[in-house]
Ligand binder design. Structure first.
Ligand code: GCB
Length: 595
């Protein structure tokens, strides 16, 4: 029988793990699931242990450096030890974990960091899951259990993002908050810098000062300012525009923040700043006062071998494909993505609907709500300065037909808005609008609909009618902008059937084209603000009889090769981009190609 607590009881963290038993090599960052040939490791539920020895120079101590350990993320529940002592813990994957380790290090020697990670999901975690215990001894071995969860992607586990140890001076920049505005042709940057002090050694922290230098995207000096809070106005500013909405998308200045104290400590941080405004009302989303139409994809952090581990080549490839498609946006379905991905989005002018890990929630009690609010606060804290982030999504497909969802989402949305009043807040819905309790709290209504796939399978001819009716009614009911956040069909690359048949490339492509007819009609009504195909690429899911090798709704294969659908979408998105540039709402003429 499995002894989950053994590592803690035997204090595996007190020495290198290899002294407590056999260890295997593991890549960081990566999910551990698909790295080896071992089925038990792939399907492991419970604690996994990592460790690493690292050398710390004594210079860091003589220079009175503050030292920080930062993990980009670890999934799901992590306990971190340093040199055999408990350092910190964190619940939830997809968001960073940080700890000041200055006084816990041994300088001029090797140090040991140990991380215990547990991927178990329960009704109290976000996302939720259930451990199903099978107690029938005639059918299952003793103690047999399985993890189940209500979402459609593999619960990959491990240290998914880079781990850094970095230093700062003992007086350091703790946080920077940037907001931007436009005043005629001028850009306005408002900044608020907070600083901290480690209190090692004497310090005159009262005498800390801040100074700012603003550089343009070539690195040339634009202007300077003094003070930890302030406003900078830039004449004839270059604005941050989305891809294909300007000749020069993703323009960013660098605010070089300097914090210094009377002891000669100087901390510098080059904060990227994209100047842009967002607006929203009952029909429209705007960026820099121009109406926005989102042409995008739902995505996943997902690849073979690596699972959800950060992979630089894959990040660059995905952005290259997004631009090839003519997409201007994606949703970080169904959890916050790596900061390396968010950096690319800022730089390339790709807009992001930034989603929390709250996928498929139910139950809606106060404890879950408080946890959900903390996750939203952590997410806002991480991504608040990113020009690419144009909307927060508090979750995907909650069971918001439960009456308790009303109060729950009011509070989660309102807490998100207090954390950041500058962006609209949504939640991605799928319940019938007649009995739905989250929508009334949202700024923009995002709905997932799979007409002619999960319902009326094979009847592509009903898509237009059903989609137009559905989305018009959502708008009518809530008087808010609406968009389709998921639609699509599975297809097996190379499988062709004409006339179109489910799972063929033709079916996927024609289903999209029928949807486009509906979207164009909805656009002409003036409140339909975007469309996102499900999904950018095929991705891994739990094994199941409706998931041949995973979810196959990708318009690209898992190895990022285009299916017919990708070419169809590319044609549409580039046309839409031209259409948006000329500000016309006219429907496109592409819809009859496959008829
Ligand atoms: C959905 C979910 C997404 C699934 C998709 C599907 O509504 O939001 O996570 O993968 O449907 O393919 O069924």
């Amino acid at each position: 029988m499995l002894d989950a607590e053994k590592g803690f009881r035997e204090e595996w963290y007190a020495q290198p793990l290899s002294k407590s038993g056999p260890v295997i090599s593991m890549a960081v960052p990566s999910s551990y699931n698909d790295i080896t040939q071992d089925k038990d490791l792939r399907d492991h539920i419970g604690w996994a242990w990592y460790d690493r020895l690292f050398y710390v120079p004594s210079r860091w101590q003589t220079d009175k450096q503050r030292v920080v350990l930062r993990l980009g993320s670890a999934h799901y529940n992590s306990i971190i030890y340093l040199n055999g002592h408990s350092l910190t813990s964190h619940e939830g994957g997809h968001l960073p974990i940080m700890a000041d380790i200055t006084t816990k290090l041994v300088y001029g020697k090797e140090n040991l960091v140990t991380v215990a990670i547990n991927n178990t999901l329960t009704p109290e975690t976000i996302p939720q899951g259930t451990i199903v215990k099978h107690n029938d001894p005639s059918r299952y071995p003793p103690g047999y259990f399985a993890q189940s969860y209500n979402f459609d992607f593999t619960n990959y586990a491990g240290i998914h993002r880079p781990v850094y140890i970095y230093t700062t001076p003992q007086t350091f920049i703790d946080d920077i908050l940037i907001t931007t505005d436009i005043n005629g042709a001028n850009g306005v940057i408002t900044y608020n810098v907070t600083h901290g002090n480690t209190m090692i050694g004497p310090s005159r922290s009262g005498e800390v000062g801040c100074s700012m230098k603003l550089l343009d995207n070539e690195g040339d000096h634009v202007t300077s300012a003094m003070g930890c809070q302030g406003t900078i106005e830039i004449s004839n500013a270059s604005l941050w525009w989305p891809y294909l909405m300007s000749e020069n998308p993703g323009y960013m200045y660098t605010l070089l923040v300097a914090v210094s104290d009377a002891d000669g400590n100087l901390d510098l941080y080059p904060q990227k700043v994209g100047i842009r405004t967002l607006g929203w009302n009952s029909t429209t989303l705007t960026i820099n006062n121009k109406p926005l139409y989102l042409r995008g994809c739902g995505k996943h952090e997902d690849a073979d071998i690596r699972g959800k581990g950060v992979d630089y080549a894959l990040i660059v490839k995905d952005f290259s494909l997004l631009k090839w498609l003519g997409a201007n946006s994606f949703r970080t379905s169904h959890y916050p993505y790596a900061e390396e991905i968010m950096d690319m989005a800022d730089k390339e002018g790709i807009m992001i609907i930034d989603e929390s890990p709250a996928v498929g929630l139910s139950g809606f009690d106060e404890a879950l709500m408080n946890k959900h609010i903390s996750v939203m606060q952590e997410l806002v804290q991480r991504d608040k300065n990113r020009p690419s982030v144009i909307m927060w999504s508090v979750g995907n497909e909650p069971k918001s037909n439960e009456a308790a969802a009303l109060n729950y989402f009011r509070k989660v949305v309102s807490a998100t808005k207090s954390a950041d009043p500058s962006r609209p807040v949504t939640c991605v819905l799928n319940k019938p609008k007649e009995k739905e309790y989250a929508a009334s709290s949202l700024d923009v209504i995002l709905v997932n609909r799979y007409y002619s796939w999960y319902g009326d399978t094979g009847h592509l001819e009903v898509i237009k009618m059903q989609t137009v009716t559905e989305f018009s009614e959502w708008h009518l009911l809530h008087n808010k902008p609406v968009m389709i956040s998921e639609y699509g069909a599975g297809s097996l690359p190379g499988y062709h059937m004409d006339p179109a048949w489910t799972w063929s490339e033709e079916y996927q492509a024609e289903l999209m084209i029928r949807n486009f007819e509906a979207f164009d009609e909805l656009r002409s009504k003036g409140y339909f603000v975007g469309e996102m195909i499900w999904n950018f690429a095929d991705f891994s899911t739990p094994q199941g009889h409706t998931r041949p090798g995973g979810n196959r709704k990708g318009i690209f294969t898992r190895s990022r090769q285009p299916k017919m659908a990708a070419h169809v979408l590319r044609y549409r998105y580039h046309n839409l981009a031209n259409d948006t540039l000329t500000n016309s709402q006219a429907p496109l003429c592409f819809t009859s190609v496959l008829h």
